[in-house]
Design a protein around this ligand. Structure first.
Ligand code: NAD
Length: 498
């Protein structure tokens, strides 16, 4: 077996090297010595590198280290933590291209999309790091009872962070930076499909100067190390992004220790297009939010609701754009859409496409790639289903791939009823020129994000990012709540003894 990689060289080349976990600022091997391979989804059967297949014991060791580091880290000043956070962000910026290549190789998203992901991580991370001093300095004015009162924020302790493979850089930063700047220590478990970008970022934390044990990363299977992290009573908060199914399981498990959770989960996001909409802009929104990252985006558009009059014209325009879309190698700058993230994703999306056909919806274009492209990697072309009705699985279930379900409506009330007819409630959008229709949509849509004439994937760091219903639980990420999740509050009352 290759030795555990300990050098500071950045792993940007295709390799078969073995990378260690990162615990206490050291590269460590899993106690079982087992490893797993990271595959490039654009090249079936390839091995980018191997990573530690850790066990619950490795999580216990990482939590030991993080709990010990917390005793010192919580006493550091916010200013000191901000400086380290800012240095990490600067390194992220400098290493953007290396990181984007890794993400493109292990996740399959295009280089352009991977660069955008790193930029988004920089933007959101900057927000959290600079907000921290304002947030932690929050003091209430004196009361009228002769005493002064204020709220003091305290870090909760060791925090477990569990991320999905679809935004391996951005989701990690959006959770980890607010956790660290508020004084917590972190044990991070990246998704099994995307360990490389995580291990690459451990190097940036080390270079930024974070003290020993403050940030730790343990790779491995969710069912093993994920569960161990959730079960450890010393882990006082779990911030998880992933499927609703796993989010519910985590919520059941944490009940034992009353561990607080922040769960960012699945979606089935609707884009409503009214007769008066600017159709070119609406098509653009459907393409961007429907097919960026091969549709593997929690806020991607997956249902399009069309007012009847524009149905045929819109569908023709959208189908033409889908058929022109260049699907291929994510490292080629001309590629508009890469493969889906791996064999499991490919199988589950292909199954959903077959089921949609069997249930009677009409496949206008798309499906799994055939020929040389299909043999080479896990490619699925942009896929449109028309004549979709609410009882069909393509309308109800999160497919998490480049598949759009298209339904029609007569009135805005019907559109809102269709959009809200889902157990998910993450993002949404409407395209219209009618301000009254826009206002009604904003008031009545059930979703954590509501967009007017903007695609469903758009977000800004100063606004909360989280879903309603089965799309999320706990305080949303970003905005003030993104920091608040990681603190305990103490109400302090003080009166002079004179
Ligand atoms: P997933 O739920 O399969 O896995 C997410 C993470 O949980 C991974 O790191 C996995 O290893 C880990 N895990 C698996 N089983 C576990 C267990 N029993 N205990 C603890 N951890 C466990 O999700 P995925 O396939 O990686 O990501 C796709 C899903 O993520 C989609 O449903 C998507 O909508 C959702 N997502 C949501 C958001 C959001 O902000 N709402 C953002 C991105 C992705």
């Amino acid at each position: 077996m290759n030795p555990t990689k300990t050098s500071t060289e950045y792993p940007t080349k295709t390799s078969t090297e073995v990378y260690g976990n990162y615990v206490g600022n050291k590269r460590t091997t899993a106690s079982s010595q087992a490893t797993f391979d990271d595959e490039n989804p654009a090249r079936k059967g390839s091995v980018l590198a191997s990573f530690q297949s850790s066990s619950p014991r490795d999580i216990t060791d990482a939590v030991d280290v993080a709990a010990d580091a917390f005793l010192r880290w919580r006493r550091t000043s916010v200013d000191e933590r901000q400086q380290l956070g800012a240095r990490f962000i600067q390194l992220l910026r400098e290493k953007q291209e290396d990181l984007a290549v890794i993400v493109a190789k292990e996740n399959g998203k295009t280089l352009r999309e991977a660069r955008a992901e790193v930029q988004s991580a920089v933007m959101e991370g900057t927000y959290h790091v600079y907000q921290a001093s304002r947030f932690c300095g929050h003091t209430l004015p004196a009361g009228t009872t002769g005493c002064t009162g204020w709220v003091q924020y305290h870090p909760v302790g060791v925090v477990g962070i569990i991320s999905p493979w679809n935004f391996p850089v951005n989701v990690m930063c959006r959770k980890t930076l607010p956790a660290l700047v508020t004084g917590n220590t972190v044990v991070f478990k990246p998704a099994t499909f995307t360990p490389w970008s995580a291990i690459f970022m451990t190097q940036l934390f080390e270079e930024a100067g974070f003290p020993e044990g403050v940030f730790n990363c343990v790779t491995g299977l969710g069912s093993s190390v994920g569960n161990a992290l959730v079960d450890d009573p010393r882990v006082r908060a779990i911030s998880f992004t992933g499927s609703t199914e796993i989010g519910k399981k985590i919520q059941e498990r944490v009940a034992k220790n009353l561990t607080r959770t922040q769960l960012e989960l699945g979606g089935k996001n609707a884009l409503i297009i009214m007769n008066d909409a600017g159709l070119n802009a609406a098509v653009e929104a459907a393409m961007t939010a429907g097919f960026a990252c091969a549709g593997q985006w929690c806020t991607s558009t997956s249902r399009i609701l069309l007012q009847k009059e524009i149905h045929d014209r819109f569908l023709d325009m959208l189908a033409a754009r889908c058929e022109q879309m260049v699907v291929g190698d994510p490292l080629d700058e001309n590629t508009a859409m890469g493969p889906v993230a791996g064999p499991d994703q490919y199988r589950s999306i292909s199954r959903a496409i077959d089921q949609a056909k069997a249930e009677g919806s009409r496949m206008v274009t798309g499906g799994p790639a055939t020929g040389e492209l299909g043999e080479r990697g896990y490619f699925i072309r942009p896929t449109l289903f028309a004549d979709v009705t609410p009882e069909m699985s393509v309308f109800r279930e999160e497919i998490f791939g480049p598949v759009l379900a298209i339904s029609t409506f007569d009135t805005l009330d019907q559109a809102l009823q269709l959009a809200n007819d889902s157990c998910y409630a993450l993002s949404s959008a409407i395209f219209t020129r009618d301000i009254d229709a826009a206002q009604k949509y904003i008031a009545q849509i059930e979703a954590g994000l509501a967009h007017v004439n903007i695609h469903t994937g758009f977000k800004l760091p100063a606004l909360p990012f989280g879903g309603w219903k089965e799309s999320g639980f706990g305080l949303p990420e970003n905005s003030q709540t993104g920091l608040e999740f990681f603190v305990d509050r103490k109400a302090v009352y003080i009166k002079s003894s004179l």
